[in-house]
Design a binder for this molecule. Sequence first.
Ligand SMILES: Nc1ncnc2c1ncn2[C@@H]1O[C@H](COP(=O)(O)OP(=O)(O)OP(=O)(O)O)[C@@H](O)[C@H]1O
Ligand SMILES: [Mg+2]
Length: 245
Amino acid sequence: MTELADIEKQDLLYQGKAKEMYTTNDPEILWVHYMDQVTALNGKRKVQMKDKGKTNCAISSQLFTDLRQQGIENHFIKQLGPTDQLVQRVQIIPLETVVRNYASGSFVKRYQVDYLQKFEQPVIEFFYKSDALDDPFLNDDDALALGIATNDQIAEIRKLARQVNQHLIQIFAKMNVQLVDFKLEFGLTKAGDVILADELSPDNCRLVDMKTKESLDKDIFRKGLGEMVPVYEEILQRLQHAEEI
Ligand SMILES: Nc1ncnc2c1ncn2[C@@H]1O[C@H](COP(=O)(O)OP(=O)(O)OP(=O)(O)O)[C@@H](O)[C@H]1O
Ligand SMILES: [Mg+2]
């Protein structure tokens, strides 16, 4: 393995909606750049917001570090400057794993239940990560039939998703933030292990202030509720403050 200090950014591997992924001189390591771009409706709405990339990069780095301390393996290696990270390259399993503690978003729409209705136990849902198909909802058997993941991998993803949820609930509670739901991506390492990858930020979580019930996440953009980046900065500040307690 190349020494981390000697890692160099090489070619653009993937231009995403929120991040750019670059190869490096180590085939096992990717260089992630968090962009200032915000999208909704699967990329149909696209806006540039100054400092959004830097804020999400910092939040994501901190949460991956916290999860590692709690024993949850993930792809994060280190942060490089304000907007970039080194991560372990994995083969992303094309499943968007959504964990819900309270009803929101598509759950409310699909089942016509009250926003923020509390669930007896966390709900785990899978969506097929396919822009061409608009990320359709699917169940474990569908994922198996489509060859997206094996039974063992799905079981591991469910277990890890529940563990991540328990840790994130606690971290956000210290910040007076209610963790409504979030989306995770997992990948396979060279050794075949399932680990947490992608990002953990208010782009991928629904967060509400415990007192005011105000949205502190990308719903601000989706619903046109005002300036989004200052709220993300507030989340980062509360996170840094919670780390000190
Ligand atoms: N450790 C990793 N190794 C390989 N690929 C990764 C890793 N972490 C994240 N990725 C992938 O890199 C891309 C990150 O870019 P971004 O989040 O902007 O994508 P996106 O626009 O949301 O598109 P997608 O629909 O592919 O997720 C995603 O496709 C994600 O699955
Ligand atoms: Mg993404």
